[in-house]
Design a protein around this ligand. Structure first.
Ligand code: 5AD
Ligand code: SF4
Length: 471
């Protein structure tokens, strides 16, 4: 049994990460005639890890089950960014007990960020003995070996590495869409914002090599992919751990030159943002005019306590420069109720929202994550006050999100159609290049295409439109 350890997970070395070549790995068909179901929580990084695990499992002979209860293997790919994310997963683990009772042969696994937390693994060992397999973010590529061991021994197997992981190249991927794809450019994060568990659960920053990223991107281009999203916890720091001068701006330029119609990236940290990027955006129209740039707080005092390394003024300055890029849309993340946040601090956050008028934002109440510095900070803000602040903030965010959407009314904009809407099968859904969700009535044949759409209705969180016939 290998349990996680947050103190070890925090350690950083200067060594460059090892690259493990997984191309053409020998695989035994241990999943023949068996099915799997993966439930994914959290961010795109997790969604993309799931795509890789799906492909690994299908190479082992497993096929995907449509219904969780019918699968021979159930994996929960978890998120631990806030406590309520953990609670949701624990609720699901409770539900899995019934499935185990009905079918003792089912293999139940928990993986992803929560598995990297000491407290979670202890809780699993003490409270949820019906789980069969626990593995972390650094070793999901060992899935074939872990499954085989579990199948033979039939005991709970916990294998979580705290050491920063290697970089695995050549893992297979089962992509959800043919027309758009995620591409990891780096793993982990070295920023250690004081509230955040990610540098512990995902380990130190490891950038993929330029050649490996460009090979993947060119391969996607040759397959006709229309949109790629470059993924990393802090993409602007790409390359800082490599021993060459190739930075994010160089990578982005090389990827823009492939002429893939839409190139996105996330997430950006203002700390590492190279303002020369503005020229790159102006030069390459396939860099989509949207940047997710978390501010977290508008109070310099709180930003300092958060360890964000920029001031409100520096953020606004960068924001305004980015806004000189034609049609640029900027979204953000904001945390309210950080330990000791005063009403004045909160008013400063509101003032920045009024000034920047973000195109949209994700807002959160501070959640105490065991092992992070902020978890030890004195917190005298009542939860009720935090809730009220969140509501006030959300009202301001919604106002500007609607305003940002309203300018699209009666405009014709290109939309990449992803799918039929989950809510209404008669409706198609996709995104504008500015990352606005657009719903429309149209033929399913349009899925996977970029089509001109006239916006006929505007809501706070989405646009509605109709396809403009091309002559
Ligand atoms: N509490 C609340 N929000 C958090 N985030 C990260 N850690 C926490 C936490 N402990 C938010 C940040 C980050 C987003 C992905 O989640 O705003 O940008
Ligand atoms: Fe967490 Fe900060 Fe790293 Fe983002 S930059 S993953 S908020 S530590």
């Amino acid at each position: 049994m290998q349990k996680p350890n947050l103190t070890k997970a925090k350690k950083r070395t200067n060594e460059q990460s090892m690259i493990i070549d997984c191309f053409n790995r020998e695989i035994e068909k241990i999943g023949q005639n068996k099915t799997y179901f993966i439930k994914t929580y959290g961010c795109q990084m997790n969604e993309h890890d799931t795509e890789k695990m799906q492909a690994i499992l299908e190479n082992l002979g497993f096929s995907e089950a449509k219904i969780m209860e019918e699968a021979n293997l159930i994996l929960l790919n978890t998120c631990s960014i806030r406590e309520n994310a953990n609670n949701k997963v624990f609720g699901m683990v409770g539900r899995l007990k019934k499935i185990k009772e009905a079918n003792p042969n089912v293999i139940l696994g928990l993986c992803g960020c929560m598995a990297q937390e000491e407290v979670v693994v202890e809780k699993i060992l003490n409270t949820y003995p019906w789980l069969d397999l626990v593995f972390g973010t650094h070793n999901f590529s060992d899935l074939p070996k872990l499954l085989k061991t579990q199948m033979l021994n039939k005991e709970m197997l916990v294998e979580v590495y705290s050491k920063e992981g290697e970089i695995y190249e050549g893992l297979p991927v089962k992509r959800k869409y043919q027309h758009k794809a995620w591409v990891n450019i780096m793993y982990g994060c070295d920023k250690f914002c004081t509230y955040c568990i990610v540098p512990y659960t995902r380990g130190k920053q490891r950038s993929r090599l330029k050649k490996d990223i460009l090979n993947e991107v060119n391969d996607l281009k040759n397959k006709g992919v229309l949109e790629i999203t470059l993924l990393g916890q802090n993409v602007n720091a790409y390359g800082k751990d490599l021993k060459d001068d190739y930075a994010f701006i160089d990578l982005l330029t090389d990827i823009a030159k492939t002429n893939i119609p839409r190139i996105r990236f996330m997430t950006s940290h203002p700390w590492d943002f190279d303002e020369n990027m503005i020229d790159v955006f102006k030069k390459y129209s396939n860099l989509t005019p949207h940047i997710h740039l978390p501010i977290q707080s508008g109070s310099d005092r709180i930003l300092k306590l958060m360890g964000r390394n920029y001031t409100k003024e520096a953020y606004i300055n960068l924001y305004q420069k980015l806004k000189t890029i034609p049609n640029m849309h900027i979204s953000t993340d904001i945390i309210v109720g950080f330990p000791g946040e005063s009403d004045l601090d909160f008013q400063e956050t509101l003032a920045v929202v009024e000034k920047c008028q973000f195109d949209y934002a994700f807002t959160f109440i501070f959640s105490k994550r065991t092992g992070t510095p902020a978890a030890k900070m004195r917190d005298d803000v009542l939860f009720k006050t935090k809730q009220e602040r969140l509501q006030t903030l959300n009202r301001a965010i919604e106002k500007y999100c609607l305003k940002s959407n309203q300018k699209f009314l009666n405009q014709i904009i290109p939309v990449l159609i992803d799918d039929v809407s989950e809510k209404d099968k008669q409706v198609l859904t996709g995104y504008s290049n500015t990352m606005k969700r657009v719903n429309l009535k149209g033929d399913k044949k349009l899925i996977g295409q970029i089509v001109p759409v006239k916006i006929t209705e505007v809501k706070t969180w989405s646009l509605f439109g109709e396809v403009v016939e091309r002559n």
